[in-house]
Design a protein around this ligand. Structure first.
Ligand code: DGY
Length: 319
């Protein structure tokens, strides 16, 4: 019998390809940039499975053409690139890669919080520009981290992992989430708070909520104006959760102190984005889960989901 076909949208390791080859023939887009849309539609047309990245839009158009498709395995925990309702309608299983990236993403979130609060990239530029002429009492003075208040918006697995790091830094932890997280409350002393109270009381506001219609522009003019003038805003979720113009205004008008951004409304972010010109913005190119080990684990989990479904079994991490 002819083997099913898997389309992999970015070059992955031989090990992952070998996993997929146990159940299917593998077609892979190997350049290190996203496959153009027309080629994606073409190459997925006869596929039974797609191992996709967050750079690929999986929507009605693609699903209508790919009549054989049984599973889309997203190599990400976020899945705002996938039209879940359309997949359901077409009987296509969707999986993501939770858990395996939790600790790496929490590390990055905390690293970005520290880099922003303590002005690390600005200090590095200052030194490399030859501006360091003497020690000075207030030179590049940042904000305290130890003992301050952290507000986490979106207390999922990554939020809980950040909270446990924050506990080690003596931070008071507030969180805002649809449901209460009793285990995290017990383990880290975190307290649930209304969004407005969290914004008013936190020294660091960390946004971790997934992007949905409900959370689009969750942080806008009103939300930034509730924050303290000394507060630092960190976004490690998706750029669409923030109204970037409102964030820019809040930073320029000094209504908040600084921002650390791993994600942007449009990615890759344009160098013309005015946020990038601000000295108090630390900008990263969406590297939340980017450790060698984690990215391999994510690829393995995505492949394992495909192997399971093509073998007629339940996927490991279905949405
Ligand atoms: C995710 O998994 O959703 C991250 O944004 C990329 O690793």
């Amino acid at each position: 019998m002819k083997k099913p076909q898997v389309f992999v949208t970015r070059k992955l390791t031989d090990e992952v390809v070998a996993m997929l080859e146990t159940v299917a023939t593998v077609d892979m887009w190997t350049p290190d940039y996203p496959i153009p849309r027309d080629l994606l539609l073409e190459r997925t047309r006869h596929a039974h499975a797609v191992l996709a990245m967050l750079t690929e839009r999986i929507d009605e158009e693609l699903l209508t053409r790919a009549q054989q498709l049984r599973i889309v395995a997203n190599m990400a925990v976020g899945y705002d690139n996938i039209d879940l309702a359309a997949c359901k309608k077409h009987g296509v299983v969707v999986t993501n890669t939770p858990d395996v990236l939790t600790e790496a993403t929490a590390d990055l979130a905390f690293a970005l919080l520290m880099a922003t609060g303590r002005r690390l990239t600005e200090a590095n530029r200052f030194l490399l520009n030859g501006e360091w002429t003497s020690w000075s009492p207030m030179l590049l003075a940042g904000q305290n981290i130890f003992g301050t208040t952290l507000g986490i918006i979106g207390m999922g697995r990554i939020g809980e992992a950040v909270a446990s790091r924050a506990k080690g830094f003596g931070m008071r932890i507030l969180y805002h989430n649809r449901n209460r997280k009793h285990k995290a409350e017990e383990e880290t002393g975190a307290h649930w708070a209304e969004l407005a109270a969290l914004l008013q009381e936190s020294d660091y506001v960390l946004l971790l909520t997934p992007l949905t219609e409900e959370t689009r522009h969750l942080m806008g003019e009103r939300e930034f104006s509730l924050m303290k003038e000394t507060a630092v805003f960190i976004n490690v979720s998706r750029g669409g959760t923030v109204d970037e113009a409102a964030l820019y205004n809040a930073l320029v008008e000094k209504r908040i102190w600084a921002a650390g951004l791993d994600v942007f409304q449009v990615e890759p972010v344009s160098l013309d984005n005015p946020l990038l010109r601000l000295p108090n913005v630390v900008a990263l190119p969406h590297i939340g889960s980017a450790t060698l080990q984690t990215r391999l684990d994510m690829a393995r989990l995505a492949a394992a989901n495909i192997v399971a479904v093509l073998n007629g079994k339940e996927p490991l991490t279905a949405l």
